[in-house]
Every structure is written in structure tokens, then in C-alpha cells.
Write a protein that binds this ligand. Structure first.
Ligand code: SF4
Length: 114
């Protein structure tokens, strides 16, 4: 089974109602729905925190402490598809930085549940 690491928008997770952090991302990963081609194992769920500066190091720490290199890193739908968008991070830029630093492909989004 493929292993994935999820990265969510902490600001939205902490302040929004019906936050994707409670079940949507995990359901899509478990059932192979949304942006997941198949059922996958979630090995870490990292919260981005404004203004996003520690994000790369926190992803690195999650990989190091879990001892598992994920096959893919997903930016959650609330992060990659936010409208209005994140005022701090350019999602294409940060996904490129993640791939460059960890050698892992980044997928934009997780689920399409309402
Ligand atoms: S920096 Fe952007 S993506 Fe990260 S928590 Fe703040 S609003 Fe969300």
C-alpha cells in the first residue's frame, strides 16, 4: 500500500467549521477517492501554520520521526484549493520546494467532499 503524508492549512483547520482535518482527507485516503488513485496509508498529517515558514522543516521532522519516506505528499484541498487563497504561500512554489527538498512528488488536493 502506498504511503502518503498530508499537509493541511492550520489556519483553516483551527478556525473553519467542517474542517477537512476531521475526516474528509482521511476518508478519501482510506477509500481511494478524490485525489487518491487507490487506498493509501496516511503516515503523517502536518499542519501548516501562518506564515508558513516552518513548513518544510516540520515535514522533514515528520518524515524523520516516523522513519517512513512517503510515496507522495498531498497538500489538502483546503490548502491547495483555498478561495480566497493563502496570503502567504504560493502553492506551486511551495510544492516545488517540497519536491526538491524531499524527492517526493506533491499532489494538489485530497478530496472533493462537500
Ligand atoms: S500560511 Fe497559508 S496555508 Fe499555511 S496556515 Fe497560513 S493560511 Fe494556511
Amino acid at each position: 500500500m502506498k504511503k502518503v503524508l498530508l499537509v493541511g492549512c492550520g489556519h483553516y483547520m483551527d478556525s473553519g467549521y467542517g474542517c477537512p482535518g476531521e475526516w474528509r482527507c482521511l476518508k478519501a485516503a482510506a477509500l481511494g477517492e478524490g485525489k487518491f488513485d487507490e487506498s493509501v496509508s496516511v503516515i503523517a498529517f502536518v499542519k501548516c501554520e501562518c506564515p508558513g515558514r516552518p513548513l518544510l522543516s516540520n515535514i522533514g521532522m515528520a518524515i524523520k520521526l516516523s522513519g517512513i519516506k512517503p510515496d507522495a505528499i498531498h497538500l489538502t484541498s483546503c490548502m491547495a484549493g483555498a478561495k480566497p487563497g493563502c496570503p502567504h504561500l504560493d502553492m506551486k512554489e511551495i510544492s516545488g520546494m517540497i519536491t526538491e527538498k524531499f524527492g517526493v512528488p506533491v499532489v494538489m488536493g485530497t478530496h472533493a467532499y462537500k
